[in-house]
Design a protein around this ligand. Sequence first.
Ligand SMILES: Nc1ncnc2c1ncn2[C@@H]1O[C@H](COP(=O)(O)OP(=O)(O)OP(=O)(O)O)[C@@H](O)[C@H]1O
Ligand SMILES: [Mg+2]
Length: 349
Amino acid sequence: MTTTSTPARADRPAGPDHGTSPATTPGPAGPPDPDAAISVRGLVRRYGSGKDAFEAVRGLDLDVPRGTVTGLLGTNGAGKTSTLEVIEGLAPATQGTVQVLGHHPIKDRATVRRRTGVLLQSTGFPGDLTVAETARMWHSTLSDPRPVDEALDMLDLRGRAKVKVSSLSGGERRRLDLACTLMGRPELVLLDEPTTGLDPESRREVWRLVRRLREAGATVVITTHYLDEAEALADRLEIMHAGRIVRSGTAGEIAEGHPSTITFDRLERALPDLAGGQVDQSTLGDPRTVVETVDLQTTLTALLDWARAERVRIDGLDARTASLESVFLSIADGAEADTRRTEPTSKGA
Ligand SMILES: Nc1ncnc2c1ncn2[C@@H]1O[C@H](COP(=O)(O)OP(=O)(O)OP(=O)(O)O)[C@@H](O)[C@H]1O
Ligand SMILES: [Mg+2]
């Protein structure tokens, strides 16, 4: 499987949709699963009201099994943070059912809060406190916290303990956020873009932490725009688009059935029938031609047999199986057509 460390962002140029995207994965059905760490059914989150209403989450179904790492992916504005905030008990659901560790995230907030560690997408501690003072302040709000030094060590921050928060680099601040998130020994950890802005070594350190959390039995939900990170860490991926989960499974399951691609430098002659392979017409005038196929071996063999018989030299030949990135980008491409300025799905608060 091909991976990339390039963040897959929604603002990448939209490409053609060749109608080859696999169908949306059906979400969990029936009543909420009381054994799941998180169980969501029919979640709607609407901002505003009347004609200005905007549905950021539009009927989301999700089960997160205990003891697993789930990667919640999606383009900018897909609704990841809006969903997490409801799960975290920071905002009410407009509609739908949410259970966290078998509890209601708002009505049973005291119980859920104690057992959950939350890293918000944007946070901010007062700049005039030092790292150690901030950590101690946070420590005093928790019921069974790790010692402050242990939490700082986990994020390699002990050496910065006496530095004011305002003087920390962006990545160091993020690590301080994370140290506080993990200080309360949470059994459920919700991380909204924990590694954005971190250098590669710090990212790897966060990966090691997440793996250690899972080994210790915790459940982790992580959002990220780094698809390599999602593949490396998550047992299961949930891809959101336009307020719904549209694909679920392992990276391999998600890429299955998605076309592989063969790319080569533009040829000066017409291509033959490629045994199921289809030339991406939008690449015809480009320096590189792209052929998509669901049967890479057969199409590649047809191409190479033709080239040998016709004595054609194919330069810059590259063949790759479908990747999480290619599925993700095909979902992102569809984003253009989706405005979501809607009539609300139904009544609701
Ligand atoms: N308070 C708000 N009022 C109106 N719209 C909002 C509000 N908060 C978020 N939205 C909109 O809801 C949509 C989903 O936002 P959300 O922050 O959940 O996306 P996201 O998937 O977390 O995106 P990102 O990857 O950029 O963090 C966006 O279009 C956003 O503009
Ligand atoms: Mg977000």
